[in-house]
Design a protein. Structure first.
Length: 463
């Protein structure tokens, strides 16, 4: 039977009982009229002939549900799509939302839940699919998402898409990998994910750099007291029902990588002094200053951990890679810093200052921009923002990157000696700024910090 032409919603489902249930539920909530189609093959033809506001279809009705969602979004941008299926799978839910579905409902679904999803789909202006969250997980409102991620300032289209993707993952509880250079905002994004997740436990941060395998394992997984009776809760336990953020995961010793991969894959871990596994309810977020390709190429990074983190990975670009954000961030940070300093009104960000900023590479990214703007606000004795800190940073960078010929006598230094010399020269050229020194040497800030720490320990041991 041909569906009625004036139907507002069309249901594509091969189960007559579900079609009848949905039709009645929507009629009770005055969300009709409703038409029905028994096969996915007829759906596109029907949409070409009839203007509909909403499609509800069973994911298993067609061979490629994701392709169908994309086709409907491309050909009928004013038609919302709700997937209603028996497939209770988080990965499929996220994929459907990313491809443009408005909602993802798992059968059996209550009348109230179905009517609520349809009412929102029919009653609001359509928004990009990535900003919508799966209803089966308890959907945060747009206001909640904006409030949680509001501290991350960007107008970069690619980064905005990455943020909306992270918003869609927030309540899924899946592990997330955030990669990007130092100072790009990975910590802020991790806190935002935790805030939006609605998890009742704490956010617990732990640094992977600077600790050996034994101390890091104890810090992460705790000590059960099995050996000497002294117990020590680890970060995993302290993050129960919350979020554990492990920073600079590329610095994890191999043995700890094995334990972390197990934790991600099975939600179980072993205290450092015990062979009895414990269950974990912590959500795992890891950050890395290395890119995905660098992690993949690294011989020291285990494949099992790499692939455990691959599914939900977002790379945060450097400030140089999103130059359009420089002006936006400058205005925002000047107001923020001036308010902290009691400078009301804040100094004016002139075109001259912005032009000087644009000449600098900001190896420390947004963190360095914040620091320089704080200095500029302190030095601003007039209405305009002082340009002095930015000029000084440019001069330091130019001196540091100038060509240097290194000559040696009859004896070449060891690799360790050469490395120490390069670190010393980079720190001297940048007046001790570790972020800039690390950028010159092509390593992460955490790596140079670890080298400095090792050198200090050797010096202390020698004295």
């Amino acid at each position: 039977m041909r569906p009625p032409q004036r139907a507002r919603t069309v249901i594509a489902d091969g189960d007559p009982a579900f079609v009848a249930f949905t039709t009645q539920a929507l009629a009770e909530h005055h969300l009709g009229p409703v038409a029905s189609i028994a096969s996915g093959g007829q759906l596109q033809s029907y949409l070409h002939e009839h203007a509909c506001s909403l499609v509800i279809f069973d994911y298993g009705l067609v061979a490629d549900g994701l392709h169908l969602i994309s086709e409907i979004n491309a050909a009928h941008p004013q038609t919302a799509v709700i997937v209603c299926t028996g497939r209770d799978d988080i990965t499929t839910a996220v994929q459907c939302l990313q491809h443009g579905a408005h909602d993802y409902l798992v059968k059996p679904v209550s009348r109230e839940r179905l009517a609520d999803a349809v009412g929102r789909a029919l009653g609001q202006t359509r928004t990009p699919a990535a900003t919508r969250m799966p209803s089966l997980l308890g959907e945060p409102s747009v206001a909640e998402a904006e409030a949680a991620f509001g501290g991350f300032i960007t107008a970069d289209p690619d980064l905005r898409r990455a943020i909306t993707y992270l918003q869609s993952l927030a309540r899924l509880g899946v592990p997330v990998l955030l990669s990007g250079a130092t100072g790009t905002g990975k910590r802020l994004l991790a806190r935002s994910i935790h805030t939006l997740s609605g998890r009742k436990g704490h956010l617990v941060d732990i640094e992977a750099q600077g600790l050996d395998a034994t101390h890091l394992a104890s810090a992460l997984f705790g000590v059960s007291g099995r050996v000497n009776g002294a117990t020590e809760p680890g970060a995993v336990l302290r993050a129960s029902a919350g979020t554990l953020v492990i920073h600079d995961v590329e610095g994890l010793p191999s043995a700890v990588q094995v334990s972390l991969a197990r934790l991600i894959q099975s939600n179980r871990y072993y205290p450092s002094d015990s062979h009895l596994a414990k269950a974990s309810s912590a959500r795992i977020i890891v950050t890395s200053c290395a890119s995905w390709s660098q992690l993949e190429a690294s011989r020291g990074f285990r494949r099992d951990l790499l692939y455990a983190l691959r599914a939900h990975h977002v790379h945060v670009p450097t400030l140089r890679e999103r130059p359009g954000d420089l002006r936006l961030l400058a205005y925002h940070l000047v107001v923020e810093m001036a308010t902290e300093l009691g400078r009301i009104p804040p100094p004016v960000v002139t075109d001259q200052v912005l032009a000087v900023m644009a000449q600098y590479s900001f190896p420390g990214n947004v963190r360095e921009l914040r620091s320089l703007i704080a200095d500029a606000c302190v030095l601003s004795h007039e209405a305009k923002l002082a340009v002095t800190p930015f000029l000084a940073a440019i001069q330091h960078e130019q001196r540091a990157t100038a060509g240097v010929a290194i000559t040696y006598g009859s004896h070449l230094p060891t690799l360790s000696q050469a490395r120490n010399h390069l670190v010393t020269e980079a720190l001297r050229a940048t007046n001790g700024n570790q972020a800039r020194a690390a950028a010159i040497l092509g390593i992460s800030r955490q790596a140079i910090s670890q080298l400095i720490l090792k050198r200090r320990r050797k010096q202390q041991a020698a004295s």
